[in-house]
Write a protein that binds this ligand. Sequence first.
Ligand SMILES: Nc1nc2c(ncn2[C@@H]2O[C@H](COP(=O)(O)OP(=O)(O)O)[C@@H](O)[C@H]2O)c(=O)[nH]1
Ligand SMILES: [Mg+2]
Length: 245
Amino acid sequence: MAKSYVIIPAYNEGPNLGAVLQQLQELAATLPLAVIVVNDGSRDNTVQEAERFRSLMDLQIVTHPVNLGVPMTFYDGLVAAAARAEPGDCIFIMEGDGTSDLAVMPEMARRIYGGDDVVIASRYIRGGGYRNFPLQRTWGSNLVNLVLSVFFHVRGITDYTIFYRAYRAEAVQSALGHYGPGFVTTKSFAANLEVLLRVLPFSRRFSEVPLLYDYGLKKSQSKMHPFKTLREYHGLIVKRLLRRI
Ligand SMILES: Nc1nc2c(ncn2[C@@H]2O[C@H](COP(=O)(O)OP(=O)(O)O)[C@@H](O)[C@H]2O)c(=O)[nH]1
Ligand SMILES: [Mg+2]
């Protein structure tokens, strides 16, 4: 039977991670899944929170002794998942802060098992949206997604910056094999767009499910560095225009 591998990047997510893993443990009763927590040099109780679930679910904890940032976390999480997954399995990336609504996960997995290559939890389709998100960030996010959809337009995709996505394992495995350690070159949250661009050449079918992104669920501080991220989105657009990516 097909299985889902759920990667959770976690940096100082002690206040949220227990609740996220608890929900995943409940979901595992109906959706066969394995969780891969990539603890990125957290200085709080993130590891202890994850360890509580070791005997309760299929849980792998990958630890970076020091904080390496989101791009290396994606890379190591994807490498770990790709090594274990069958080509027809599903690989998720979600957030560790409680904002990735697990209610949509079964539908995302169902679509991957049905032949989609990438399924995105989108804030920009009917039924999706933002709740309790700071106004400047909502505007910023809208604008960035508008710009990215112009430069990177992928049919079926409206949300280019959300972490929460499902990938067909085969697409991830092919992309990792092709790019090797050069899979991620960015240093900020823009890595999320880069991951999408890396799997694109190995993917044909894209779809989205609506996500209500409720930032009020988050109990930890944001680790987004807006300027660094924007600069790197710009860098990826330039590379795209030069046809280097
Ligand atoms: N591994 C790792 N994860 C990170 C890092 N920074 C943020 N994250 C994770 O990436 C996700 C998004 O970060 P978050 O602070 O929630 O950003 P925001 O929701 O955009 O404000 C969360 O699951 C974080 O734990 C980091 O340096 N390393
Ligand atoms: Mg978040």
